[in-house]
Design a protein around this ligand. Structure first.
Ligand SMILES: [Zn+2]
Length: 196
């Protein structure tokens, strides 16, 4: 993974690389060798996942809620505000990582219209496994993450990531359904919300 940090903030480079590795995104992007996609990827400069953390000055607190992460063609972009903590950036990175993972391993499912709840859960659960704490008011400057991630947490993370890596598209499709149901959002374009 290539990391470009223009924000001036301290970022958890080592941890983030490890996270990308656990979810199978540490090496050459899988879609680069996919028959249907290699022609598109051939023209891109990034062989591996690329992460850009943009300048804080580009974003003002008045800009409204922080966009957690943008993703396209193997590139994740983060847009921190002046008060974002490293912990919050880690959560945002996980959001981007979830998008990258789905795109690179289950590209056919990215056409679904109800993916937000799945991405949110992926980021939230991984962040919680790492010992991260998010305040209920979701303020980015109150987010916390332990400086050292203990061995048992890393073990749990590996087990969690492995479930994703071993899942086939039918299973992932079901996981997305479940996330949407929990969030009470319409499942893949259905007009009736599927509340529990
Ligand atoms: Zn912020």
């Amino acid at each position: 993974m290539r990391i470009r940090n223009l924000s001036g903030s301290v970022v958890r480079t080592e941890l983030w690389r490890e996270l990308a590795e656990h979810f199978g995104l540490g090496q050459t992007l899988p879609l680069r060798s996919h028959p249907q996609w290699q022609r598109v990827y051939k023209h891109l400069t990034n062989r591996t996942l690329t992460l850009t953390i943009n300048r804080r000055s580009k974003r003002n607190m008045k800009d409204g809620p922080v966009t957690s992460a943008r993703y396209s063609f193997g590139r994740i972009s983060l847009f921190p505000c002046p008060r974002c903590t490293t912990a919050f950036l880690t959560h945002s990175f996980l959001h981007g990582l979830s998008r990258a993972w789905l795109d690179q391993y289950h590209e056919d499912l990215t056409l679904r219209t109800d993916l937000d709840a799945f991405f949110d859960e992926f980021a939230d659960r991984t962040f919680a496994i790492l010992g991260g704490k998010r305040p209920s008011d979701m303020k980015c400057w109150k987010c916390k993450l332990p400086k050292v991630i203990g061995r048992s947490r890393i073990r749990n993370l590996k087990a969690f990531a492995e479930r994703f890596r071993n899942a086939d598209s039918t299973t992932v499709d079901r996981l997305i359904d479940e996330s949407s149901r929990r969030a009470g959002t319409p499942i893949n374009g259905d007009s009736v919300p599927h509340n529990r």
